[in-house]
Design a protein around this ligand. Sequence first.
Ligand code: GDP
Length: 430
Amino acid sequence: MDKPSSSATSPSVNLDVTSNFDRFFKNFKRESKIISEDQIQLIENHLKNKDTQEALSVISDAVRDIENAPLNIAVTGESGAGKSTFINALRGLGHEEEGSAATGAVETTMERTPYQHPKFPRVTIWDLPGIGSTTFKPENYLTEMKFQEYDFFIIISATRFKENDAQLAKAIAKMNLNFYFVRTKVDNDISNEQRSKPKSFNKESVLQRIRDDSLRHLCEALCRNPPVFLVSSFDVADYDFPQLQSTLLSELPAHKRHIFMLSLQSVTEDAINLKRDSLKQKVYLEALKSGLIATLPLGGMYIDDNMEETLNLYRSYFGLDHGSLKNIAKDFNMSVNDLEAYIKSPHLLREVQDKTFLEKLWENVEFVSSITGGPISSGLYLGKTYILQSYFLDTAASDAKALLNKKELFAKKLGSLRSNTRKYWETIME
Ligand code: GDP
């Protein structure tokens, strides 16, 4: 954060900051806010009452909780149901990549196995042996598997859910924890049906049938209709995978949402928006914290010496780091330079290295107001670092979306190129 102007403590600025704070958090839906409504209200009241020290204390606690929150996800289901593949999908790893959970292996262990997220070590996904392959009753199973350590359970099946899945869910609910039923491999069901009944095939009715069938057993045991998410771990942008992620997000405590949103793969526009919004809230809270500190006697000033590192980290969160771009370029048979022509963040990063760039941004009053969502005085409070980071987050998010759309286009182009080449060779061989 940069040196605040002397006007930062004037009553009009204080008013601006309070209303700016209120406006800022109204931009986000409840389920994607990274601090709770109670905390927002508390900060707002302290700001209104000009009680800087108290506002600062709530903001600092909130930022600390967000930064330290661990996330532990338990995945349980019988061997072969697709647990390892699902865990790899949550971790954004292909099953041939280093560190991925071994797929297709017959389960022999009765122990839980932890898998850390490759980019976010605070996220651990636990592979639990299916309850059916143990001799435990649901309560004992949960004690053995250390149920109190998880934020929620995912119960997986590739066929119908069984009585013991339902009993397990009941026992989890008794412990006041959340559980979600996930029916995997629906892509298989779809392609089998399409192949066997090409004339009458209807994707939606196949999915509905699987849903009804999955629910039939569960609602008898649970006396209600639990949601069942139909997924393909090979296509996390399709079927119910995105809905599963948004449901998990909305049911997590606010301070855990940030790390969960960051861990999502940038495979849908919604996931990209969530990531952007989550990071923007974090950047805003940090900026406000430094702005408030700077107004206190002996308050220090926060200067981001590692701006480049921070921006590079943001690129990696959106899959725009050099390594990811290299992989995408390779997949589509093009150079990284050619790929970079479609996006702005790598160029922006180069511009940031020129120190006058930040000054130029800052001098643009309209631009500053559009980023801070209010008059320039709120911008003074939030500082240049905030302006630049917010701008970069918007750019990175729109780049990630542009690449998402381009990938479809490139894939089509590559597909037609390959089929034309094949046709060409077929004609020559005739
Ligand atoms: P686990 O024993 O429960 O860990 O099951 P795995 O993840 O090893 O999966 C068993 C087999 O099912 C492997 O051959 C996977 O490739 C396959 N599989 C898992 N999930 C899916 C899916 O969503 N769709 C398809 N088509 N195959 C899957």
